[in-house]
Design a binder for this molecule. Structure first.
Ligand SMILES: [Zn+2]
Length: 81
């Protein structure tokens, strides 16, 4: 297990100049407006990620903002085909 803590945050999603302390809670209803960038299915909220209900990819949540990038998608290791 790698612990990668990037010291340089090169976010292509939302360049935030105001790093907030205290992560805002992401609510499940917020995900109603979001969709998987790969298959456009709806998303399910998990503790530290959002999971696509269509292709079972997961996306990290950073600072309360789901990072819905195909390049950041995490394939579910529990899925075996
Ligand atoms: Zn998907």
């Amino acid at each position: 297990m790698h612990r990668v803590r990037p010291s340089l945050k090169m976010s292509t999603v939302m360049p935030s100049s105001h790093p907030k302390s205290g992560t805002p809670m992401l609510r499940a209803e917020d995900l109603r407006w979001l969709a998987c960038p790969i298959c456009h299915s709806s998303l399910a909220l998990e503790s530290t990620a959002v999971r696509c209900t269509g292709c079972t990819r997961s996306y990290p949540v950073e600072d309360g903002i789901p990072v819905l990038l195909a390049s950041r998608a995490i394939l579910d290791p529990h899925m075996h085909f």
